[in-house]
Design a protein around this ligand. Structure first.
Ligand code: ZN
Ligand code: ZN
Ligand code: ZN
Ligand code: ZN
Length: 305
């Protein structure tokens, strides 16, 4: 079985270029929608889609970028997978050697492909080699779920994430640009790092996440409250917010700019970009016998002119 020219039976050797695309992925569906706009760049969508498949590494299935390697039989392989193949072609098991597939690299350079977030509304068409860079910054790329405290893998646009927070995380949703929020926790000495809460505020036609959590500030246990904007950074900068917490005639005030949820919850917290109160102070604000955390956080969000 292993002897003989097994590579002739390899399905990858079939003339995929003239075959219709085997699976109806998003790209192929949208190609028809945008036919007029793209026809100048892509005279034959079926050919382009076939070439695109040739540019997928047979091992990791990712798009290949230079240097693209090939075996002496012409099977191609990406530069990330090649070192892991112990000099054997993954397709035909022949010796891999050090042959670069310049022809395929040049074909790739001539391709213009739609952004992979087309389904989210991006209409960008990009040269093959700059497509990745665009996609890493594409304004239509989905957001990660802003809920902290669990490794939620949900991604989507803002309306999707708002419903997801409401339905799946049972997050408190509030309308309005001012808030008055009470955080109560018994035994605040017990858990060092696990108190986190999220409230979502809707105002100015936008959504904001108010985070509150316990963390270690150096050696001292502390609490931090901060706001994140459900949208991109350039829009987040149009807003400001203030937070206030106090008791017993003292108070701490914070004014800041909400961070985009593109910045992870952890990143914002670790840059201390919010209202920070040490636990001693928080318990003092709580009054009583310091056995219970009872913090009242008031705040306001406004739009900068
Ligand atoms: Zn690969
Ligand atoms: Zn081979
Ligand atoms: Zn895009
Ligand atoms: Zn989630």
């Amino acid at each position: 079985m292993a002897s003989g020219p097994s590579y002739f039976d390899d399905p990858r050797n079939k003339p995929e270029v003239i075959d219709p695309p085997p699976k109806e992925d998003m790209l192929d569906i949208r190609e028809n929608v945008n036919e007029n706009a793209q026809s100048a760049l892509k005279p034959n969508p079926a050919v382009t889609s076939g070439v695109r498949e040739l540019l997928n590494c047979p091992v990791c299935l990712n798009a290949m970028y230079p240097p693209i390697s090939q075996c002496s039989n012409g099977h191609t392989l990406c530069s990330a997978c090649k070192p892991r193949m112990h000099n054997r072609c993954p397709t035909c098991r022949h010796e891999l050697g050090n042959i670069r597939c310049l022809a395929l690299e040049k074909v790739a350079a001539s391709l213009e492909l739609p952004c992979k977030y087309q389904g989210f509304g991006c209409i960008g068409i990009h040269p093959y080699y700059s497509k990745l860079k665009h996609e890493s910054q594409c304004a239509f790329r989905p957001y990660n779920c802003p809920y902290a405290g669990s490794d939620c893998s949900a991604v989507g646009d803002i309306p999707f994430l708002v419903s997801h927070l409401k339905d799946d995380h049972k997050v408190d949703m509030h309308n309005g640009s001012t808030f008055n929020h009470r955080y109560v926790k018994s035994n605040p000495h017990e858990v060092e790092n696990a108190t986190w809460m999220l409230t979502v505020f809707s105002c100015f036609g936008q959504y904001f996440c108010l985070h509150f959590e316990a963390f270690q500030l150096g050696m001292a246990p502390a609490y931090i409250a901060f706001l994140r904007f459900m949208g991109d950074d350039n829009e987040a900068k149009n807003y400001s917010y203030s937070l206030e917490v106090g008791g017993n005639g003292r108070k701490v005030v914070w004014q800041g700019v909400p961070r985009s949820i593109r910045d992870s919850h952890r990143k914002v917290r670790d840059s201390f970009d919010g209202l920070i109160v040490q636990r001693n102070m928080a318990l003092f604000f709580s009054g009583g016998d310091r056995k219970e955390l009872k913090l009242r956080v008031t705040g306001r969000i406004w739009k900068e002119q």
